[in-house]
Design a binder for this molecule. Structure first.
Ligand SMILES: C[S@@+](CC[C@H](N)C(=O)[O-])C[C@H]1O[C@@H](n2cnc3c(N)ncnc32)[C@H](O)[C@@H]1O
Length: 367
C-alpha cells in the first residue's frame, strides 16, 4: 500500500432501511474495526476510515447496497456558481472523462431542476477535462473498470457530491442463472445474519429457487475479488493492492440441502451451486420429501402469491411449512400481507422491510 492508505475518507454505507443494525454487525463479523460512525439516518450510515478500511468494505460487505465516497459539499444557489465549483474539483483523481451516469436529486433548494443541474455538472466537468486531459496510458489501463456513478444531492442549497465506489450495486455478485422471483443478494445476506445462521450446522432451503439464500450463506465470509470495482480506476488509489485487502475467513463447515420443485428452476439452482460440494440437491415437493434429521435451520423464500402463485391460499401454505418443519428453527421471507394468524406471528422474531418497494417480513420461529 502507498502512503495514500493512511488518508482518511468520509463515506456512506447505503443500506436497505431496517437493516442498519444487521449491517453494523456484519462489519464486526468481518473484523473491520478501524472506522468511526459520523452520522446515521434510515438507510444511511456515514463513516470515516482510512483508504484500506474503506476499500476493504467494498469487497467484504454483503448487506449494503452501495458505498458512496463523499467527495465535496458546498453551498450553491445559482447555475454559474455550480459550474464554477464543479470545474474546480480535481476530477482526474477519480475519472478519465465525464461519467456515464450522474444521478441528481434536489429538494428545498433554489436550484430544483435536476436535468439542468446535471447539464451544468457535465459542462463543468468537461471544462475541467479540457484543461487537464488524462494520460492515454492510464485511460487504457482502466478501460475495463466500471465507471463510478456520480451522485449529486442538493438539499437546502447545499450540494453534496459523492461517488459510488463499486460502480455496480454491491448486490450484483455476478451470478447468471436466476429463477422466477429471486430475492436480492444483499437482503438474503441480511436475513441469514438475522437467523444466526453461523450457529447452525445443517441448513435446508426447501423452496430454493435459484439458490440465493444458500449461495449467500456459503459465501458470507468470502470477499468479492473477481468483480472489477469502480475505485480500481481512481488515480488516487493507483497503488492500492486489491489482493491485500481481501482477507478470507471461510464460514465454519456446514452441510446444506437445496430443494426445488420446478424443473427449470432446479437446473438453474444446480448451475449456481455446482461447485459447492457441501450441498445436496433434490427436485421434490417440499411437503412430501423426507429430509435428514440433522437439519437445524430451515430458511425459505416461499411464493408470495404474486409472481409465483399459491394454490389454496397464503395462510394454509405458510402454516403447512411451519407444521412440516416443527422442532427446527424456521425462517421465512413472506409478504407483509401473509394472512397468518396474529398468535402465530407473535411467536416469531420479525424483521419488517421492503423488497423492490413491496412490504415484506422476515420471520424466525423456534417452535
Ligand atoms: C419465491 S421463489 C424462491 C426464490 C429464491 N429465494 C431465489 O432467490 O431464487 C419460490 C420457489 O418455491 C418453489 N416452490 C413452490 N412450491 C414448492 C413446493 N411445494 N416444493 C418445492 N418448491 C416449491 C417455486 O418453484 C419457486 O422456485
Amino acid at each position: 500500500m502507498s502512503e495514500n492508505s493512511a488518508k482518511m475518507h468520509l463515506f456512506a454505507l447505503i443500506i436497505p432501511p431496517g437493516l442498519e443494525d444487521l449491517a453494523l454487525s456484519e462489519i464486526r463479523d468481518k473484523n473491520i474495526a478501524d472506522f468511526s460512525i459520523r452520522d446515521r439516518s434510515p438507510g444511511v450510515i456515514e463513516c470515516e476510515a482510512n483508504t484500506k478500511t474503506m476499500l476493504q468494505m467494498t469487497l467484504a460487505l454483503k448487506i449494503p447496497t452501495r458505498i458512496l465516497l463523499r467527495l465535496d459539499n458546498f453551498k450553491v444557489r445559482d447555475f454559474p456558481k455550480l459550474f464554477k465549483k464543479i470545474s474546480k474539483i480535481k476530477w482526474s483523481q477519480w475519472y478519465v472523462s465525464t461519467p456515464e451516469i450522474i444521478k441528481v436529486s434536489a429538494n428545498k433548494s433554489r436550484l430544483i431542476h435536476s436535468d439542468k443541474i446535471e447539464k451544468t455538472i457535465r459542462e463543468g466537468m468537461e471544462k475541467y477535462f479540457k484543461g487537464n486531459p488524462p494520460k492515454q496510458k492510464w485511460v487504457e489501463k482502466v478501460a475495463n473498470c466500471p465507471m463510478a456513478t456520480l451522485h449529486a444531492y442538493l438539499s437546502e442549497d447545499i450540494m453534496q457530491i459523492s461517488l459510488d465506489l463499486s460502480g455496480k450495486e454491491l448486490y450484483t455478485r455476478g451470478r447468471t442463472h436466476v429463477g422466477k422471483a429471486p430475492i436480492r443478494e444483499n437482503l438474503a445476506a441480511a436475513f441469514l445474519k438475522f437467523s444466526d445462521f453461523e450457529k447452525a450446522s445443517h441448513i435446508l432451503d426447501p423452496m430454493a429457487g435459484s439458490g440465493t439464500l444458500i449461495f449467500e450463506a456459503i459465501h458470507y465470509r468470502d470477499p468479492i475479488i473477481n468483480k472489477k470495482q469502480a475505485w480500481e480506476s481512481f488515480k488516487i488509489f493507483e497503488n492500492v493492492n486489491k489482493d491485500e485487502l481481501a482477507e478470507t475467513a471461510p464460514i465454519q463447515a456446514k452441510r446444506f440441502n437445496a430443494n426445488e420443485l420446478d424443473k427449470n428452476t432446479y437446473m438453474a439452482l444446480q448451475e449456481n451451486l455446482s461447485t459447492k460440494t457441501t450441498v445436496t440437491f433434490s427436485n421434490e415437493d417440499a411437503f412430501t420429501f423426507k429430509y435428514p434429521e440433522s437439519i437445524d435451520l430451515v430458511i425459505a423464500n416461499p411464493p408470495w402469491g404474486e409472481r409465483v402463485k399459491i394454490k389454496g391460499g397464503k395462510k394454509d401454505f405458510y402454516l403447512k411449512i411451519l407444521d412440516k418443519f416443527k422442532g427446527r428453527r424456521i425462517c421465512l421471507i413472506l409478504p407483509r400481507d401473509n394472512e397468518l394468524p396474529k398468535e402465530v406471528l407473535d411467536k416469531a422474531k420479525v424483521l419488517n422491510l421492503k423488497s423492490g418497494g413491496f412490504p415484506i417480513i422476515y420471520a424466525c420461529w423456534d417452535l
